[in-house]
Design a protein around this ligand. Structure first.
Ligand SMILES: Cc1cc2nc3c(=O)[nH]c(=O)nc-3n(C[C@H](O)[C@H](O)[C@H](O)COP(=O)(O)O)c2cc1C
Length: 443
């Protein structure tokens, strides 16, 4: 990368914000490695959050997977088995930390707004103003099957419900005037809530709102409602810049100042001492993540059938995917693309590159973040935030809980040397770390 001059940069004094993202369901954590800890033990979360706080990370971020990803009854090769509830986990970590923000992913499709608002406000008060809510709608029907009321909502209804859900939660947080609570009364197509709140405001007033959802409706919802967008645009600079520009445009269209919504893409960072080591390590990480069984499972999600009998070193299936009613909602891997179209595209890429089934999946996974020496990475990440492609990164460590060590020990100091990372926390609340203004409340 050639280093641009200060004049070419839109935000020459911007600093990188880091969060650590512990996924709900994923195949990016290499649990099979002997250095990995338990997926459920409290010590895993404690080690990770302490390292992140030592590295002045803004946020410790828990994703939410309310059902394990499976394919025809078989649980995914590297999926997380056993995950405590995020708010409970974060409450335990609040007592062991002093500054880092605590972000709970919680969905609006299966929860109750008054109850969730109260639990989030509780974490916010108990942590001294460090709580945040990553608002998700959840994109699949099989998660809904885990709930008593069942349930799966159409895309448009999900965001309509989400908007009303967040508005109701904000009314709950707003109801404290310093002396007493005003009862909250909401009746609409989705909710029938009569609730007298019991938790006063924290030092940051309301929990910070993150949003994760990438469609136009999701982006509009984010720019009307959220403080931060958690995105999937964390690998390719041009793609990230286009996304961040779109968020800035939508923020202004929603009547807010241009930079009011921060953009924090999820990403992976591989650090090593020399370029040769970087290449070797990045390849190792990728091959551990995309095991032969994982490759078959991911391709099976697109084809809508169990392909575990196939040879991962052989070709993609010759027949077209089977489409059933539920398939449109099965597996984020498809990311909304029509399965037949996606299969055709994959076949074309495999043919052109001479790729086997697994090689194709490796090929598609090979751009999942950053790899470099600490100094190369510091230049690259500083350029991202200073050119406006993002405000920082939500890092998914490929090893848990030790995967942040080299980032905190090598990359953070290299960024600090460039003036692109803080040397201390800006305050005590998450809102202060992120430089966010106070929430717009009715009072
Ligand atoms: C970066 C990112 C992270 C997400 N994390 C979660 C999660 O932890 N739990 C969950 O249920 N849904 C998660 N989602 C799914 C979204 O809430 C949403 O349901 C999905 O992206 C479909 O909406 P869309 O079409 O607007 O993207 C995530 C989405 C994105 C883009």
């Amino acid at each position: 990368m050639t280093t641009p001059s200060r004049d070419d940069l839109r935000f020459p004094d911007a600093v990188v914000h880091f969060g650590v993202f512990f996924q709900g369901v994923n195949h990016s954590t290499i649990w099979s490695d002997p250095r990995s800890g338990s997926q459920i033990a409290h010590s895993t979360f404690v080690q990770l959050v302490r390292t992140a706080e030592r590295g002045l990370f803004d946020a410790f971020f828990l994703g939410e997977g309310l059902r394990l990803r499976e394919q025809r009854g078989k649980i995914h090769d590297l999926d997380v088995v056993g995950r405590p509830d995020a708010l409970t986990e974060l409450a335990t970590l609040a007592g062991l930390t002093t500054h880092i923000g605590l972000v709970a992913t919680q969905n609006t499709t299966y929860n109750d707004p008054a109850d969730l608002a109260r639990r989030l406000a509780s974490l916010d008060v108990l942590s001294g103003g460090r709580a945040a809510w990553n608002v998700v709608t959840t994109d699949n029907a099989w998660t809904g099957e885990n709930f008593r009321r069942g349930g799966y909502l159409d895309h448009a209804d999900r965001y309509e419900r989400a908007a009303r859900f967040v508005r109701t939660a904000q009314r709950v947080w707003d109801s404290w005037d310093g002396r007493r609570f005003t009862p909250v009364d909401v009746q609409d197509a989705f909710f029938d809530v009569e609730f007298t709140p019991t938790v006063p405001r924290s030092p940051q007033q309301h929990p910070v709102l993150f949003q994760a959802g990438d469609s136009p409706a999701g982006r509009d919802f984010a720019t009307r409602t959220a403080d931060v967008v958690f995105s999937r645009h964390g690998t390719d600079h041009a793609d990230a810049l286009e996304f961040a520009d779109d968020i800035r445009r939508r923020t202004v269209a929603a009547g807010r100042p241009e930079g009011d919504v921060l953009v924090l893409p999820g990403t992976q960072i591989v650090v090593a001492d020399t370029e040769a080591e970087v290449e070797e390590k990045a390849r190792w990480v990728l091959e551990q993540q995309v095991t032969p069984a994982t490759a078959l499972s991911l391709v099976g999600q697109v084809w809508g059938e169990d392909l575990s009998h196939l040879d991962p070193d052989g070709p993609l299936p010759a027949h077209d995917p089977v489409i059933t009613d539920i398939d449109g909602t099965r597996g984020a891997h498809r990311a909304g693309a029509d399965a037949r179209v996606l299969a055709q595209r994959w076949r074309a890429v495999a043919e052109e590159g001479g790729f086997s089934l697994r090689e194709l999946v490796l090929h598609h996974s090979s751009e999942r973040g950053f790899a470099g020496t600490a100094s190369q990475l510091a230049d690259e990440l500083a350029h991202w935030v200073r050119s406006g492609a993002s405000d920082g990164f939500n890092i998914t460590p490929y090893l848990v809980p030790s995967g942040l060590d080299d980032i905190v020990d090598q990359l953070v100091p290299a960024l600090q040397d460039r003036g692109a990372y803080p040397r201390e926390y800006a305050g005590t609340t998450l809102r202060e770390h992120l430089g966010l203004r106070a929430p717009l409340t009715r009072r």
